[in-house]
Write a protein that binds this ligand. Structure first.
Ligand SMILES: Cc1cc2nc3c(=O)[nH]c(=O)nc-3n(C[C@H](O)[C@H](O)[C@H](O)COP(=O)(O)OP(=O)(O)OC[C@H]3O[C@@H](n4cnc5c(N)ncnc54)[C@H](O)[C@@H]3O)c2cc1C
Length: 399
């Protein structure tokens, strides 16, 4: 039977980064990807904060399509607020090129890459973790000191290892199509229970004249996407049919534990997604670096116990736990707001130059807690009114 120190399931951003870190730490590493190529199918809007791009450690390259500096938010009743910073706040990226570049880095660091190799089962006995790879006559067994699940939202093997499901899985759909944009430096965000119940819709300018229009919601995202494409803020600007459609699940809220004996879950498989924006690349990369380091050290020490791997749990929660906890509160608050409460909030913020300036200055899509706190503190009497809204949502049982 083949044997590795660390076996990684999934060549998405989290898997490739974990494999690279483990290989650089001196471990013998293999990465299994079920698809024949990395970064495909694309299930992503490709909006990355500047921190996420930095965390990738990739040199600037063709994966960067366009810099963005701000956002326009449209409330259910059509009220608008806009903010735009002087500097780049985020990038629109090509996930196919981004994922391939990360995988190439893992391979350069020494990780063995096995494409078209689905991991189909996991067994553990006598302190050994054995993976079944492939199907039918091609099925073979591989032993690993530590397995890292970077399988994405489905996380089937992580469930087999005893890691609980993410708290919530939202439904998401997106179309890439030719569309006119007033300001291609800004992303557009659409709020409302009829637009995207429980989350929000977006239009993101990508390459010349093409945008990614999509949404996340509790369920039936495709139905809501058809409706969004026919809605007044979008319909009149569409200049051609869809070039690409993407559908996927967006997991929010990590399970109680992300480690088990011989096993670590990272990225979407561990619910490491920002609940405010649905972005999973930044938290996935931050956690994957820790996962790769801890898995390599534990495997080389010959101790893959959950107790040894809990160092990963401690370290990633210290890095991201507070942002994700606050994000879950903001997400539940937004999901519990009525359309008129959203109208009030957008109208209020739009009339407050001081608050928009705070968002422009300290707004950070990857670590939004600072802007949320500073805006909350400056809201004054309307902040008290917002507290009333929070209390109402809490009493309705939505928070
Ligand atoms: C519509 C949509 C839009 C989004 N937009 C954004 C955005 O703009 N910005 C952002 O930061 N995030 C966004 N996200 C979230 C982001 O796409 C994910 O958080 C991110 O891809 C997670 O990375 P990952 O490496 O954990 O998992 P994934 O990228 O899902 O990679 C998992 C990999 O594992 C492979 N795999 C799964 N099971 C197995 C198996 N058993 N054996 C072998 N291989 C396996 C899969 O084929 C896949 O390649 C969006 C998500 C959706 C659905």
């Amino acid at each position: 039977m083949e044997r590795y120190d660390v076996a990684v399931i999934g060549a998405g951003p989290a898997g490739s980064m974990a494999a690279k870190k483990a290989a650089k730490a001196g471990a013998q590493v293999v990465i299994f990807e079920e698809h024949p190529r990395a970064g495909w199918p694309v299930q992503c809007a490709g909006l990355l904060g500047v921190r996420a791009v930095e965390e990738s450690h990739l040199p600037p390259g063709s994966f960067l399509i366009r810099p963005l500096r701000g956002a326009k938010v449209v409330s259910p009743g059509g009220h608008q607020l806009a903010f735009k910073a002087p500097e780049t706040k985020a990038w629109v990226v090509d996930r196919r090129i981004f994922d391939r570049a990360l995988l190439a880095e893992a391979a350069r660091a020494g990780a063995e890459v096995m494409m078209a190799s689905p991991v189909t089962d996991l067994t553990r006995s006598g302190g050994r973790t054995v993976l079944a790879v492939g199907r039918g006559p091609d099925r073979r067994k591989v032993e690993a000191g530590v397995v890292i699940s970077a399988e994405g939202a489905g996380a089937r093997i992580a469930r087999r290892a005893g890691i609980g499901p993410q708290r919530e899985i939202l439904s998401s759909a997106q179309a890439e199509l030719p569309i006119d944009f007033d300001d291609p430096d800004m992303v557009e965000v659409f709020l409302g229970r009829d637009v995207a119940p429980g989350f929000f819709g977006w239009a993101i300018p990508a390459s010349e004249g093409v945008a990614r229009v999509g949404l996340c919601c509790r369920n039936n995202a495709c139905t809501y996407l058809k409706r969004l494409l026919k809605s007044p803020p979008i319909r009149s600007r569409i200049r051609g049919g869809p070039l690409h459609l993407a559908v996927g699940g967006l997991p929010l809220g990590p399970p109680a534990s992300t480690v088990a004996d011989g096993f670590i879950a990272v990225g979407d498989a561990a619910g490491q997604v920002k609940p405010t924006s649905g972005g999973g690349i930044y938290p996935g990369l931050v956690s994957a670096k820790i996962a790769g380091e801890v898995a390599a050290a534990a495997a080389c020490e010959g101790d893959g116990s959950a107790a040894r791997l809990s160092e990963y749990e401690r370290r990633w929660r210290a890095a991201l736990g507070r942002e994700i906890r606050l994000g879950m509160i903001v997400h539940r608050l937004r999901a519990g707001m009525s359309d008129s409460e959203m109208d009030d909030l957008v109208r209020h913020l739009a009339g407050r130059e001081d608050l928009l300036k705070i968002i422009e200055e300290v707004g950070d899509i990857d670590r939004p807690s600072r802007a949320i706190r500073n805006v909350g503190l400056q809201m004054g009497s309307s902040g008290l009114r917002m507290m009333g809204t929070v209390l109402r949502i809490f009493l309705r049982g939505d928070l």
